[in-house]
Design a protein around this ligand. Structure first.
Ligand SMILES: [Zn+2]
Length: 261
């Protein structure tokens, strides 16, 4: 006898399963991440079609199994991230965010803090004019869920809190110009980009991100810094991240061609 219960969740992704079925991974507020089995999902009139679209938040009714797959029966109060789903860039960024969440914690581990971070970041992505910055906010905040702590508040060698800092991968910290010689491999990131990353780390919600107008060079620097931090400390290689890199690379080549002609 199946026992059904209500829970809130955000759809991370869905996968086709066999010919007619599907698997949907949902990050639930109450029970952590979980894979749900949807029978005959490929039929057009399946009642959970709309609720299973990635990035959708909803209240679900389902059966939570202690082991293996769980089952969904119904849904209500759907919140779709329409602009995220329809915009190729926002869609790619949101997909990457979902995969980062999936990589950061084990299934069935409850984390209200991570749930709130994902929920607020998706909403910010929906509204923003600068999706890349929302993703960098998300990446910075995700580091603690991967067990990584950066020192972005003051120089690794002195108490200096203001100045034209650079970032040192080996010290996991910012370093001030007086101590640049302590790391021959410092990243040579622009002080402006370091300033922005520090600001992002101090924010407690992506709601604090307003309208953003940053130069392309600064955006490139932010990406270089965050990519290096993830490569060195997190070390996961997600397909969705590779897709973003290719997209950005392609976009910049198009911009170069436009400049030249
Ligand atoms: Zn210093």
């Amino acid at each position: 006898m199946a026992y059904y219960q209500e829970f809130e969740g955000i759809v991370l992704f869905q996968l086709p399963h066999r010919e007619k079925d599907a698997l949907v991974k949902i990050f639930t507020k109450e029970h952590g991440k979980m894979m749900f089995f949807l029978k005959n999902f490929q039929q057009n009139n399946h009642p959970l079609k709309a609720a299973s679209v990635p990035f959708t938040k909803a209240v679900f009714l389902g059966h939570i199994s202690d082991q293996g797959l769980s089952f969904l029966k119904d849904s209500r109060d759907l919140v779709h991230c329409t602009s995220v789903f329809e915009d190729i860039y926002k869609n790619a960024y949101a997909t990457y965010m979902m995969h980062l969440v999936d990589a950061a914690i084990e299934d069935r581990v409850k984390s209200q803090a991570l749930y709130l971070l994902l929920e607020e970041s998706l909403l910010a992505l929906q509204r923003t004019n600068c999706p890349q910055l929302v993703v960098h906010y998300f990446e910075i905040k995700m580091l603690s869920f991967f067990g990584i702590k950066l020192n972005l508040s003051h120089c690794a060698f002195c108490q200096q809190m203001e100045g034209a800092f650079d970032f040192s991968i080996s010290h996991q910290a910012i370093i001030c110009p007086n101590h640049f010689e302590q790391d021959n491999y410092r990243m040579h990131i622009s002080p402006k980009a370091i300033h922005i990353i520090r600001q992002l780390s101090y924010m407690t919600s992506p709601k604090q991100l307003g309208e953003v107008h940053l130069r392309q060079e600064t955006m490139n620097e932010l990406k270089r810094l965050m990519d290096e931090i993830y490569e060195e400390y997190v070390g996961i290689h997600l397909k969705s991240k590779k897709y973003i890199d290719q997209m950005v690379d392609w976009e910049q080549r198009v911009m170069l061609i436009k400049k030249e002609t």
